[in-house]
Each structure stands twice: as structure tokens, then as C-alpha cells.
Design a protein around this ligand. Structure first.
Ligand code: ADP
Length: 480
């Protein structure tokens, strides 16, 4: 397995040889020591990106998109290897890791399709010839999180390369190995030297070096709102363009016209992906009062039957949380809710898994939750379902929107009139109605309010790496 960095087309260690360790979150077993690079290596990667920028920009779009489609095919062909890496470094169940590889691969043809459709646009103006052209924004950087280590990279790298922008990627320190594997595949697929680099090391040092580099034009970040704000401040000096996909606090609204079994299935599928460690998973369960008790009862039974274990073990539904800090946060949120009057219907403790460290919280359902509780305002990032009853649709929507976040919302209902009202009134960038997985590569993914700026996916993701340039010409060009 490759563990080095790819910088300026060369696989290398840190200049001073320093490394940091990557562990399996289920066992704390050492997986690899990867380079801990600093400013010098980041500058080298960005200098190389600038050096090849003009060539990559002028590579015809069909040539670039052919390479992207090849990357997708090679990612899919390498599913076993990549999914194994994801399971080892992230902990998620193998089934989910395989789905992540397919999801990651799908961003490459989605970006390629969008790039193939790019055309100059003519604007009718009397006496002038005006066109709007799409120009690559220039050298770009990406900083990605650990919860979907391959897919988050693909979401950023595919549109960057399709648009003609070289990119330097910094994966999360917990999960750098799938990013390195993806870079190896990109090189084999024909991405020229310098167009894609992967650097690993101290996050603030790398982020600063990126934002200070005179040729960096664009940074795409997925992670916490707190770090997003910090990067936005850092980007101000040089007006680096930003795409920020930040935290979420998704509501899921369960109406009394829903089929209860379907509602529980959808809610569990939305909530428990990656053990509840996703920015789009429901954090607030709003349930119509008339079905509240029956829904909670079935939800509690279903989640208590979810099986915990190492991601590579068969039939596992929930892997470990990513680290001890994540465990502490889950316990704190449960304790805080209980101290404020919530009741534990199921869970609340930890599961011991043979041969593993203590990182497996019980799937938990809390009732009587609401404003003022930490689980109601902060992302728990764990397998906790805080539930609250509502009386009518207006109250449900008001409660759903009562958050500074606006990434995803879910609703379970069979009332067609309600579909339309929810679609226009829920304040979030992604709305899933009876759909636990509304995010696909061809459509925009991103948040309102404090959940971020910009969109990834489809042509919207491509546009994040393009600048519209207006060319207005007067005269025929024949001296008249
Ligand atoms: P999480 O809490 O989910 O780990 P973070 O926002 O801390 O979310 O991390 C997301 C990504 O941002 C990771 O790649 C991490 O290394 C990186 N990161 C964290 N802090 C900084 C920083 N100060 N500058 C640049 N990148 C950072």
C-alpha cells in the first residue's frame, strides 16, 4: 500500500523525514506512518500546480474528461482494495465502504458530463458581439474530512480537474490512506505530473501555507463550521475563492399519514450511515403526536437490533466512532439531555466488542428532547436519536428550521400537498422526502445559513471552479 505523498508528480516522504501514525479506530492498531509535511512541501506542490496550469487548462475538454472517466472505471475496478482501506482507517462497515467507492467514482463522470456540456454563451446586444466564456479559476486546494475519505476527495477533485484546475489535496489526518490510493489511481489513469498532489501533515500549517501561496485561487473545504470560519478569515487577505461544506443539524419530520414501518426504515437508513457520523444525518426527530409513541417504540426496537463491530466483520451495521473525543461527545450529549428532562428509551451506554477498544456507543433513542439541549443544537456525530413530538405541520416546520444550520432536512409523509409545502419551506440545501439518501453526484450538495457556501455536484460543482468572463466586442474585426 502506498503511504507517501504525491508532490509535483513525485511520490515522496516529508523533507525532514517526519511522519505521523494512522490507526484503526476499532482496535487502535497501527496502519501506517504517513509523511508529516510542512510549508516547504506544500509550496512545492502549489508551485508545481502553477507550473502545469497553462498546459492543463489548454488540454481539450474531451481529453480531460476521458481521463476522468478512466479514473471512475479504475476506482470501481479497485473497489475491494479501496473499500478495505476505508474500513481500516475510518471503521465503517464494509457494505458502506463499498457504497462509498461507487459514490466517489460517480463524481468523475458527473463532472465530465458537465464539462462536456460547457459552451460559450452569446448574449444579444444591439451593435455588439457579447459572449460569456468559462475560464478555469486556477490553482485550487481541497481539505477533506475523515467521515467519507474517498467521496469527499472525489467531490472536489473531479470538478477541479474537469474545469482545468490543478489541485493540491489535504486529506484528514485520521484517514489519509484512501486519498493516497485515489491519487495513485489518478496518476495511472493519466493525470499529468503536478496536476494533482496529495499532502499530509499538520492541518493549520498546511492550511496556512495554502492560503498564503500567491497562486492559490480557490479552496474547497468540507469539515466543521468552526474550521470553515477560520479558513474564510485566512482566505480574506488574498480573496481566495471558497467552497465551504460545513456542519449540519438535520431535522427529520415524521407525519401521521406515514406508514410506520417505512418511516422507521427511512429514519434508520438516514441516521445510522457511518454510525451517525455524517453532516447530513438527522439530529432531531420531530414526530406527529398521534404516532409518537408507536414510532418511538418501533424505532427503539429497530436500533437496538443494529449490530456493532469491526467494519470488516460480516453483518455489522455500526462500526466504531472515529476517536475517544467522539465517544466523549456522545456521552456528554446524552447526559446533558437527561439532566434537562429527556428520557432514554433504549441505549445510553456502550457496547464491548471482543478484541476492540471502547468506541462503540449503544444506539440510543431519547424522548422529550428540545431547544436548550446540546443534542438539539450541536452535531452529536454518533448513533443518538433525539425525539420530540409536534402537534401540526406549521409547528413541525418551525421547529425544523429553528437552527443556525441548513444542510439537509428529511420528511416522511404520503400527502402530496405536503410535499410541495415542505419543499418550499424547509430551510436547507437538500430536502429528502421519503428519501434517506437524497445526495447524488449529479445534483447540488451544500448548505444554507451556517452550513456553508457553494455547492458540489453536477454543473454546480463544476461552476465552483470556473469564472465567467464577459467578452464584448464592437466592430466586425475588418477595420470597419
Ligand atoms: P472534524 O471535527 O470532523 O474532524 P475538522 O473541521 O476539524 O472536522 O476537520 C476537517 C478537515 O479540516 C480535516 O482535514 C482537518 O485536518 C482539517 N483542519 C482542521 N483544522 C484545520 C486548520 N486550522 N486549517 C486547515 N485545515 C484544518
Amino acid at each position: 500500500m502506498e503511504t507517501r505523498n504525491l508532490i509535483a508528480g513525485v511520490w515522496c516522504e516529508a523533507d525532514d523525514g517526519s511522519t505521523f501514525d494512522v490507526h484503526d479506530p476499532a482496535t487502535d492498531d497501527l496502519l501506517a506512518a504517513v509523511p508529516k509535511v510542512g510549508e516547504t512541501e506544500v509550496v512545492r506542490a502549489l508551485d508545481a500546480a502553477e507550473a502545469v496550469r497553462a498546459d492543463w487548462e489548454s488540454t481539450p475538454i474531451p481529453e480531460r474528461t476521458t481521463i476522468l472517466r478512466r479514473i471512475a472505471d479504475m476506482l470501481v475496478a479497485a473497489t475491494d482494495e479501496l473499500a478495505t482501506i476505508i474500513v481500516r482507517e475510518n471503521g465503517k462497515p464494509m457494505r458502506e465502504a463499498r457504497a462509498e467507492v461507487a459514490y466517489a467514482a460517480s463524481f468523475f463522470p458527473a463532472a465530465a458530463d458537465a464539462a462536456d456540456r460547457l459552451r460559450d454563451e452569446a448574449v444579444e446586444v444591439l451593435g455588439k458581439c457579447v459572449t460569456v466564456r468559462h475560464r478555469p479559476v486556477g490553482v485550487s486546494a481541497a481539505i477533506t474530512p475523515w467521515n467519507f475519505p474517498l467521496a469527499m476527495l472525489a467531490k472536489k477533485t473531479a470538478p477541479a480537474l474537469a474545469a482545468g484546475c490543478p489541485q493540491v489535496v489535504k486529506p484528514a489526518e485520521q484517514t489519509p490512506l484512501s486519498a493516497i490510493a485515489c491519487a495513485r489511481i489518478a496518476v495511472e489513469a493519466g493525470v499529468p505530473a503536478g496536476v494533482l498532489s496529495v499532502v499530509t501533515g499538520d492541518p493549520p500549517a498546511i492550511g496556512d501555507a495554502m492560503l498564503r501561496h500567491p497562486r492559490l485561487r480557490k479552496l474547497s473545504f468540507t469539515g466543521s463550521t468552526e474550521v470553515g470560519r477560520l479558513l474564510m478569515r485566512g482566505a480574506a487577505d488574498r480573496l481566495v475563492r471558497l467552497s465551504l461544506e460545513l456542519g449540519g443539524h438535520a431535522p427529520i419530520l415524521v407525519f401521521d399519514d406515514a406508514d410506520l414501518d417505512a418511516a422507521v426504515r427511512i429514519a434508520v437508513a438516514a441516521k445510522f450511515r457511518n454510525g451517525g457520523q455524517t453532516c447530513v444525518c438527522p439530529n432531531r426527530f420531530l414526530v406527529a403526536r398521534g404516532i409518537h409513541d408507536a414510532f418511538v417504540d418501533r424505532l427503539a426496537t429497530t436500533v437496538s437490533e443494529l449490530r456493532s463491530g469491526r467494519g470488516q466483520d460480516p453483518d455489522v451495521d455500526l462500526g466504531p466512532l472515529i476517536d475517544d473525543q467522539a465517544m466523549r461527545k456522545v456521552a456528554e450529549h446524552i447526559d446533558d439531555a437527561v439532566s434537562m428532562g429527556a428520557s432514554i428509551v433504549t441505549g445510553g451506554g456502550r457496547r464491548r466488542i471482543a478484541g476492540c477498544v471502547d468506541r462503540f456507543p449503544e444506539p440510543t433513542v431519547l424522548t422529550g428532547c428540545g431547544p436548550g439541549m446540546r443534542c438539539w443544537t450541536e452535531e452529536t456525530f454518533g448513533p443518538v436519536c433525539p425525539v420530540r413530538a409536534f402537534d401540526d405541520e406549521a409547528e413541525a416546520i418551525a421547529l425544523a428550521n429553528d437552527t443556525e444550520y441548513g444542510l439537509a432536512s428529511y420528511a416522511i409523509t404520503n400527502d402530496p400537498g405536503r410535499f410541495e409545502r415542505l419543499a418550499s419551506r424547509l430551510d436547507s440545501g437538500i430536502i429528502g422526502i421519503n428519501d434517506p439518501v437524497p445526495a447524488i453526484a449529479a445534483v447540488p450538495f451544500g448548505g444554507l445559513k451556517q452550513s456553508g457556501i457553494g455547492r458540489e455536484g453536477g454543473r454546480w460543482g463544476l461552476e465552483a471552479y470556473l469564472e465567467p468572463v464577459t467578452v464584448s466586442r464592437v466592430g466586425s474585426g475588418r477595420g470597419g
